[in-house]
Design a protein around this ligand. Structure first.
Ligand code: SF4
Length: 395
């Protein structure tokens, strides 16, 4: 999967906004990858042995969960993973045909597929993906340099990184997002700048960019522990995040969320809806769902997922959110966006508490405009700890 999905799996949501027609999203997790990237902690298998059984189970799950978003209009579909581009066009068509048969997709605005550069070699396949109503490609580039790609154990090389973007563009798609990772020990500041310059020269309207993080139980963590890989340098990551923000601004990109940048307001609708607290249904192993008051997450195991669905059941865990959790998730997600945290939306008593706690935060880290807290560039380096210091307690 593209890192863009730290995002998708990592489910933060808050109080549902009200509007006349509620809009919702569908996320589908495709749990297969060609090879394991060293830093990745998402759920996937590198064997396609269970692929046909997975597709069968997924089609059944679409039926079984058709009432989860009852009364909602489907605004976005997001095929993530894992690596959706590991599936054949026939498999993808089975999934989209099923979705069309179960849901009214008349209001569908955005249909994204996550892809890896090494799966985008055939222009005919790319065009066929377009016939499935997919209108946005997310390409897991990560770096345009072989040394970084090898360090991360990505399955593609720098030539494929470049040619895949051009091929998708030549196949008629303008709505493209690419992922880039900074902070790898193989990447000095000069190389990071070159990566960004290459990205700007390709004329894509959206870029997601993340610092390399060492997650527990990943191959990267083991390699660092054994001394086979240099550790990640937090100062380098902070410096490269600053470079990223400055370069993006200079090239006309809005940083509408800490890790997401768009030209001409080409914001990712699906991911933005997570941040705005809209409902979504997650299908496939490890996928998360949110219905406005509780969240649930499917089992992260292909065989357990498939076998339970054969019995007509979906294996998931569920958590009903407390009022404090809803407010804290709102604080966490809103502060990461350019729209900021509207204090009044946290409730009267909580608003007083937040105002009080705000005074204890370094004033160079935020701006307060019309009772909306927005982080400065400096504050964005400490977004998580600033959010945590504003969190409210359970009553
Ligand atoms: S392509 Fe790499 S980063 Fe993406 S899900 Fe697969 S292993 Fe993880």
């Amino acid at each position: 999967m593209n890192e863009d999905n730290v995002k998708v799996h990592f489910v933060f949501h808050f109080v549902v906004l009200t509007s006349k027609i509620q809009m919702a999203g569908i996320y589908i997790h495709i749990p297969f990858c060609k090879q394991a990237c060293h830093y990745c902690n998402f759920y996937f298998s590198t064997s396609l042995g269970n692929k046909d059984n997975f597709i069968k189970a997924l089609l059944t799950e679409i039926d079984l969960s058709k009432d989860y978003l009852v009364g909602e209009k489907i605004e976005t579909i997001y095929l993530g993973g894992g690596t959706p581009s590991q599936l054949s066009i026939e498999d993808l068509r089975l999934i989209t045909d099923k979705l069309q048969s179960v849901y009214d997709l008349n209001e569908l605005k955005e249909f994204t597929i996550e892809t890896n550069p090494d799966d985008l070699k055939d222009a005919e396949v790319i065009k066929e993906i377009g016939t499935l109503r997919v209108n946005r490609f997310s390409i897991g580039i990560q770096s345009f340099f072989d040394e970084d790609l090898k360090y991360m154990n990505r399955a593609h090389n720098s030539d494929e990184a470049l040619s895949s973007i051009k091929r998708v563009q030549d196949s008629g798609f303008e709505n493209i997002t690419i992922d880039l990772i900074y902070g790898t020990p193989t990447m000095n500041d000069d190389k990071w700048k070159q990566n960004l310059d290459i990205a700007f020269s390709l004329n894509v309207p959206h870029i997601s960019s993340y610092a390399l993080t060492v997650e527990s139980k990943t191959s990267l963590e083991k390699r660092i522990t054994k001394g086979e890989s240099k550790p990640v340098d937090e100062e380098q990551s902070a410096r490269q995040l600053k470079m990223l923000m400055n370069e993006m601004r200079a090239h006309g990109f809005e940083q509408y969320e800490i890790s997401n940048f768009a030209r001409d307001r080409k914001y990712a609708v699906h991911n933005s809806n997570y941040w705005f607290g809209k409902k979504y249904l997650g299908l496939g192993p490890s996928a998360h769902s949110f219905n406005g008051s509780s969240r649930r997450w499917n089992v992260s195991n292909n065989m357990n997922y498939i076998n339970t669905i054969k019995e007509g059941k979906i294996l998931f865990e569920e958590e009903v959110l407390t009022e404090a959790q809803k407010v804290n998730e709102k604080i966490m997600t809103s502060l990461r966006t350019q729209w900021g945290l509207r204090i009044a939306e946290c409730g009267v008593l909580n608003a007083e508490l937040i105002q009080k706690r705000l005074k204890e935060i370094d004033s160079s880290h935020y701006r307060l405009e019309n009772e909306i807290i927005k982080l400065t560039d400096e504050g964005k380096l400490f977004a998580d700890s600033i959010a945590a210091s504003l969190f409210i307690e359970e009553q």
